[in-house]
Design a protein around this ligand. Structure first.
Ligand code: PHE
Length: 339
């Protein structure tokens, strides 16, 4: 038995393991309840009394050596191995793809942000509207062609209910509820009964602006829009106002900006004119102020409205409006923005 213990001692001193699992196997083999050392202790009972002292000491030494060696082996793997209770910290992490904002949201946020810097608040109104807010209060005569079935989606049951064709309806809602001064922009979705093509969609987005106070002039309108154009398209951008007509503004204008692609020298985007139209605007017609019970003798104001898709197409050089609504991830993930 003494010899056996001696050789086991040698064996144990030279133990090697390659994984914590192997260490555990060794522990069971030598130190387990039915392990080698335990068996030796059983056999120890039969050792003659005169040898008990010597053999007992050797056996204890063996046991200690086994726990020290195996303990050290175990520690080595514990330090290296991060497998704590089945949690392996060395595994690669799970990839959570980060989404991106829709290009129309990015542009809308940018527009709202530019006007926010000029003190314009943000308001919204309903997409399902009535004739009063979309047309009548905005000075549309009863037989105006814009009310025609070709442009407007009406609700069959009630011709007074319709999908708003422009965000100018929010002008009316705000004027009805707030006394001047009013300085706000109204972003939102609008609907027109138009055939879908590369240039037109039956659903699109606008940002409307309204400023009403004492002594608001056309010069204020022009300067506000010039600031917007430069902030949105770059400081070198120039603007041009062309006379136009809207029932709710007088005088009315359409605003062009110098072409963002060629800078004004002429290209395909601006159809060689050097200018691209981006919005409609004008001084709020006194009839509109009166409809909303704002004193048109005391107050004046300006309004403007622009298409978000149009501005996004210009800024990102997108040539088909339908791309915004296809929800093709390969298209959408190209647009990154802080806003
Ligand atoms: N509502 C007009 C449109 O949809 C744009 C506009 C808004 C024009 C405000 C003038 C003033 O075309």
């Amino acid at each position: 038995m003494f010899k056996k213990i001696e050789s086991l001692l040698l064996e144990i001193e030279n133990l090697k393991a390659e994984s914590s699992q192997q260490v555990e196997e060794l522990r069971i083999k030598y130190l387990g309840k039915k392990g080698i050392i335990s068996t030796l202790f059983d056999e120890f009972k039969a050792v003659p009394a005169d040898q008990k002292r010597e053999v007992g000491q050797a056996l204890n030494k063996l046991k200690n050596q086994a726990s020290v060696t195996i303990g050290e082996l175990k520690k080595r793997f514990d330090d290296a191995d991060t497998d704590v209770d089945g949690l392996d910290l060395t595994l690669p992490g799970t990839y959570n793809p980060v989404g991106s904002r829709h290009p129309l949201s990015i542009i809308r946020n940018e527009i709202v942000d530019v006007f926010g810097r000029l003190g314009f608040a943000v308001a919204e109104g309903p997409e399902i509207e009535d004739d009063w807010h979309v047309f009548s209060a905005l000075n549309f005569p009863p037989e105006h062609p814009a009310r025609d079935m070709q442009d407007t989606f009406f609700i069959n049951k009630d011709p007074d209910i319709l999908l708003r064709t422009h965000t100018s309806s929010v002008q009316v809602r705000v004027m009805e509820h707030e006394p001047p001064p009013i300085r706000a922009v109204f972003p939102g979705r609008v609907f027109r009964n138009e055939a879908i093509s590369a240039r037109a969609h039956c659903i699109f987005h606008q940002v409307e602006g309204l400023y009403i106070d004492e002594d608001v002039s056309f010069a204020d309108l022009r300067q506000t829009l010039l600031y917007f154009a430069k902030e949105m398209f770059g400081q070198e951008t120039r603007i041009r106002l062309r006379p136009s007509y809207f029932p709710f503004t007088e005088p009315s204008a359409e605003m062009d900006i110098s072409c963002t692609l060629c800078g004004g020298s002429g290209c395909g985007i601006c159809k060689n004119t050097g200018w691209v139209e981006i919005l409609g605007c004008g001084m709020v017609d006194p009839n509109v102020l009166d409809s909303s019970k704002i004193d048109s003798e005391k107050f004046t104001g300006f309004a403007f409205g622009m298409g978000v898709e149009r501005i996004a197409m210009l800024k990102y050089q997108i040539n088909d409006i339908r791309l915004f609504f296809d929800n093709d991830i390969r298209f959408l993930e190209q647009f990154k923005s802080a806003l």
